[in-house]
Ligand binder design. Sequence first.
Ligand code: BG6
Ligand code: MG
Length: 216
Amino acid sequence: MKKGFAFDLDGVITDTAKFHYVAWKELADSIGITIDLQFNEQLKGISRMDSLERILAYGGKENDYTAEQKEEMAADKNANYVKLLDDLSPADLLPGVKAFLDAAKEMNVPCSLASASKNAPFILKKLGVYDYFDAIVDPATLKKGKPDPEIFVRAAELIHIDPSEAVGFEDAQAGIEGIKGAGMYAVGVEGNEPLTEADMTIKSFEELNVSDLLNL
Ligand code: BG6
Ligand code: MG
């Protein structure tokens, strides 16, 4: 029996991955590094600063900038990213997500958010689903990012259940590893790239039923 849900945000609840990509590409271009969509897969689920470090390493520039310059670059990227979110609205919820959250609420199933994004509360509000979450993990308080299980262990703790009693939803390989490492049941939301290690993969939440998941 499962008792609660832990959701990733970007790529699971809404498709903000495309905006992250646009903003990172602009930043990378400005320092002479070319990234493509295939490389972008590696950034999914990865924190802002770790994403920047990966881009710099990809371009062979990992030793070219001071910590202060990196902070500035990450802030520039975020400012551009947030601008791209300006028009985000409930219409940007991925298919089936709203109905799934409604059903979970109706059945009093606690939901927590396990996203690496510091913009998560702002995004949930723009999407009109902030109130559906009983808890939101603050990624600034974590020692390690995904694929470490810490964020999912915390997500379960905050809704007062054991990780083994939770179902986690993720679109990133690093996130699936985090869910499995925490001992949760992993549902992979697949985009273009296949996810390995997930207990179940779906294309959208339209394929899911809350009761079926609780009975796992
Ligand atoms: C994750 C995204 O959800 O959040 C990553 O998949 C992103 O691409 C990370 O880098 C951090 O997001 P933010 O909004 O704090 O820069
Ligand atoms: Mg994601």
